[in-house]
Design a binder for this molecule. Structure first.
Ligand code: PMP
Length: 437
């Protein structure tokens, strides 16, 4: 239910926003043949997309929650377990060498994919959530003290709020929050006002998972760095959609999950600048992260092993490497162009549905189309969509503050990837219309 009738989410409101570049003045024909053909070919690589749900072809529009996997990723994981399975880094036998090569090869792929300077800057973790907790618990605990401040944004996922909140509670520090305007865009002037001599750290999302806003992370990082403040970017929803170069951005830390990048669950990446990672203590203790252990004193392994205690998700890393190969072959630049057109088309067609309000109308948006329909419970719509084989998410999307900013507890959230088609958007629009009749 809409809490306010003045939400800036109707088509008229959006058209008024001069910077809203997703709505072309003269909309292009919806099905550009060459792009449609390419996508149809690409779709063959994803076995999960070719199934019936409730007697209808699956339309997977829950990509912000997790992405489907190309056959090459599934094959890489299967190959690892059927041929190369071994623990890594320890063991003088052939399979240990093969597994280590595969694991470290995946690390190199990640390094190239995000433009890191060395493999020492790539830490394999469980997920974006674990990456952020690592930074909060290791770096944060070292630099934050009583009276200090940490800045997050109202757009953040709970994974980039709660770890900082826990740290603030432990240290007697304060969490400050960057607000957004009525289009769900970060208000840079307000951010500037929050920066002061007590600010110790900034944690921001690359893309909002609930409202789709692309955050001006370069501007935020540059302003923070001018005061010597480090920045973590939660890239969970950014890296699947944009060519990301951590050195160009200047990010001190960048976190993401493999499963949102067409790779396996249970594997994620923390990128950190080498100088910072060297400076901070390990987070978890155990095997692999040590150089020498005595009961009196333990010395730690060099990077990146210092932050990888115990046996990691070796097959997951291999699968993530295969996902990166797949995306590199497709080309992130092409993906970005295709998704921009698809977003424009989806925005336009959704806005034509009476009483549908898009929540999140930023000028620069990616992949996510949150909406409510006035007078119709979101659960009813989502249930109807599921009966039509259309998978979307409904709820708070683990970003409650961002929805409450717009007076809402819940939205329906279709989220796209490069394998979605214009025809699927038509099906979605048709099904929403049926559900609210
Ligand atoms: N940040 C953002 C922006 C997200 O969208 C998500 C997942 N929805 C996360 C962090 C957490 O990701 P994971 O559950 O894979 O750790």
């Amino acid at each position: 239910m809409l809490a306010s009738s003045s939400l800036p989410c109707s088509l008229a409101d959006i058209n008024e926003a001069s910077s809203y570049y997703f709505l072309p003045k003269n909309p292009a024909p919806p099905l550009p043949t060459d792009q449609e053909l390419a996508v149809e070919t690409i779709r063959r690589d994803f076995p999960a997309l070719h199934q019936q749900i409730n007697g209808r072809p699956l339309i997977w529009l829950d990509n912000a929650a997790t992405t489907q996997k190309p056959q090459s990723v599934i094959d890489a994981v299967t190959h690892f377990y059927s041929q190369d399975n071994s623990n890594v880094h320890r063991g003088a036998h052939t399979l240990a060498k093969r597994a280590t090569d595969a694991y470290e090869g995946a690390r190199e792929k990640v390094m190239h994919f995000i433009g890191a300077n060395s493999v020492e800057e790539i830490i394999f973790v469980r997920s974006a959530t674990e990456a952020i907790n690592l930074v909060a618990q290791s770096y944060g605990r070292r630099v934050v003290g009583p009276g200090d401040e940490i800045i997050v944004s109202i757009l953040d996922h709970h994974a980039n709020i709660v770890p900082w909140q826990l740290l603030c509670e432990e240290k007697g520090a304060t969490l400050r929050v960057i607000p957004v305007n009525n289009n769900a865009e970060i208000i840079v002037e307000e951010y500037e006002k929050l920066l002061n001599s007590k600010t110790r750290f900034i944690a921001i999302p690359h893309v909002s998972n609930s409202l789709g806003t692309v955050v001006p992370i370069k501007i935020i990082i540059d302003m923070a760095h001018s005061l010597g403040i480090p920045v973590l970017v939660d890239g969970a929803q950014g890296i699947p959609h944009f060519k990301t170069d951590v050195q160009e951005l200047g990010a001190d830390f960048y976190a993401f999950s493999g499963h949102k990048l067409f790779g396996p669950t249970g594997i994620g990446v923390l990128y950190g600048k080498k100088s910072l990672l060297e400076e901070i203590p390990p987070w978890q203790g155990g095997g692999n992260m040590i150089k020498n252990v005595t009961f009196e004193h333990t010395t730690f392994n060099s990077l990146p092993n210092k932050f990888e205690a115990g046996t990691g998700h070796i097959a997951g890393a291999v699968g993530l490497g295969a996902a990166i190969d797949y995306l590199t072959d497709l080309g992130l630049a092409k993906i970005e162009i295709y998704e921009k057109d698809l977003m424009a088309y989806a925005t336009e067609t959704l806005c034509n549905i009476p009483k549908l309000h898009l929540i999140g109308t930023a000028a620069h948006k990616a992949a996510i189309l949150s909406f409510v329909v006035q007078g119709v419970p979101s659960g009813r719509i989502a249930e109807f969509l599921d009966r039509q084989g259309i998978a979307v998410r409904v709820g708070h999307h683990c970003a409650q503050p961002s929805l409450r900013r717009f007076g809402l507890d819940s939205t329906i959230r279709p989220s796209i990837a490069f394998y979605n088609t214009f025809a699927e958007i038509d099906e979605l629009v048709w099904a929403i219309q049926q559900s609210i009749r």
